[in-house]
Design a protein around this ligand. Structure first.
Ligand code: NDP
Ligand code: VSD
Length: 311
């Protein structure tokens, strides 16, 4: 199944800001016939997003005439972490005969903190917004759209979960697993999994306010790029036919080190080289890197204890 922007009906979750909004802009501005539905919890943010990208905000209703000449983009408020709401959203789409050919599950977001510093609510939101949103959308895709192109959004942190991302990375690993399983369960669909590095979205700006310094230090090799650049790189790789896509070089290295049983099911750039690099890296490089990293983390904890001691 080739990936193209034109002649699609694309459902974009998390379309009210960040990467999801960037994809909506790309489809709206670079196609003439594709129809776009952006979904997130906030109607106001969705309306603002559509205006920002040059569209006219129209809420999708069951009575919507999708062949209305001057409109190709609609919004649908929906909390995708609630299965009933996701059911209703898909019913609405089918009532309007807007049957998605592509589903981009962009919804997500991180609150980087040490687990001990998180509230129970923050931990719950991490699971809901990063995994349940992807799971419930994938569930409906598997039932209603077994031939569509499903694009899930994990993270580089799924290859290498590290201190400060406990509220987030485990859920992105779950998204990665879900993608591999769906590839085996939906033989007529195309299931892509994107593992972005850092990019400058509204969510990224918020996460920077709680991110521990050690977390920033470890992820420093993934320099934050613009949303537009991230979107363009992802589209470029999807058009080339790849389905396991990172947005920067360190992500490609991390994916190489994360080879496993699912490698046969992986469709990434130069995957044979990744396999070889993965073996060599895991044998000779990772052990040395982890010694130094563990030492850094111990040093950071000592510094934190000293700071707390001084308070
Ligand atoms: N920015 C980064 O550095 C990286 C981001 N990623 C991933 O890429 C994806 C896009 O990231 P980014 O653009 O930064 O995201 P943002 O945090 O900027 O935006 C998240 C979007 O998801 C929507 N959303 C969140 N929870 C729900 C929910 N329960 N139901 C429906 N919509 C929801 C939000 O809308 P609303 O508030 O209206 O619900 C918003 O539109 C995410 O999955 C993220 O985890 C991966 C690696 C790096
Ligand atoms: C041989 C061993 C080499 C190891 C190098 C380690 C480099 C780690 C880079 C990790 C980058 C993670 C970015 C996560 C982005 C993200 O998902 C958040 N911004 C949330 O939105």
């Amino acid at each position: 199944m080739k990936y193209a922007l034109e002649d699609q009906i694309v459902l974009i979750t998390g379309g009210s800001q960040g990467l999801g909004k960037q994809f909506a802009q790309k489809y709206l501005n670079e196609t003439v016939r594709s129809k776009i539905i952006v979904v997130s919890r906030s109607a106001n943010k969705l309306q603002d997003a559509i205006r920002d990208i040059g569209g006219y905000p129209k809420k999708l209703q069951k009575s919507t005439d999708i062949d209305e000449q001057n409109n190709r983009i609609w919004y649908l408020p929906c909390d995708l972490s609630i299965p009933e709401s996701v059911n209703e959203m898909f019913e609405n789409l089918f009532e309007c005969k807007l049957i998605p050919t592509q589903v981009l599950a962009c919804a997500g977001g991180a609150t980087p903190k040490l687990v001990a510093d998180c509230t129970g609510k923050e931990l719950e939101i991490g699971v809901k917004n990063n995994y349940l949103t992807a799971l419930y959308v994938s569930h409906k895709v598997s039932q209603l759209l077994p031939r569509c192109h499903l694009v899930l959004f994990s993270s580089e942190a799924a290859f290498f979960p590290f201190i400060g991302y406990a509220q987030y990375a485990p859920m992105k690993i779950a998204v990665k697993s879900l993608a591999f399983i769906l590839r085996q369960e939906l033989p007529d669909a195309r299931v892509s999994c994107i593992y972005p590095g850092n990019f400058l979205s509204e969510g990224y700006a918020v996460e920077e306010t709680t991110k521990p310094s050690i977390t920033k230090e470890i992820e420093g090799s993934s320099a934050a790029i613009s949303c537009a650049e991230c979107c363009n790189r992802i589209v470029w790789w999807l058009e080339k036919g790849y389905d396991d896509i990172t947005s920067d070089f360190i992500g490609w290295i991390l994916m190489s080190l994360d080879m496993g049983l699912n490698k046969h099911n992986n469709n990434s750039f130069l995957w044979i080289l990744q396999l070889i690099l993965g073996v060599i890296g895991n044998l000779f490089i990772v052990p040395i890197y982890m010694v130094f990293l563990s030492w850094d983390i111990r040093k950071w904890h000592k510094k934190q204890q000293t700071k707390r001691g001084k308070k």
